[in-house]
Design a protein around this ligand. Structure first.
Ligand SMILES: [Zn+2]
Length: 62
């Protein structure tokens, strides 16, 4: 498995783009199910790329 920076970028852009355009997410600061999925995808990509590029421990952000 080789996560590319491009995939990480795309996951992040999808997530940020969703937050910028989704009314439900903007309404209350509460993220909808789609946002949670996108964020999880981004976190997975981020963790995978950190593991691949460096030995730095991945941030356990929740
Ligand atoms: Zn949303």
């Amino acid at each position: 498995m080789h996560p590319s920076p491009n995939a990480l970028d795309q996951a992040r852009m999808s997530y940020e783009n969703h937050l910028a355009t989704c009314r439900q997410c903007a309404a209350d600061g509460l993220q909808c199910a789609v946002a949670k999925l996108l964020r999880r995808e981004y976190n997975n990509q981020n963790r995978a790329s950190l593991r691949g590029l460096a030995d730095a421990p991945a941030a356990q952000a929740r």
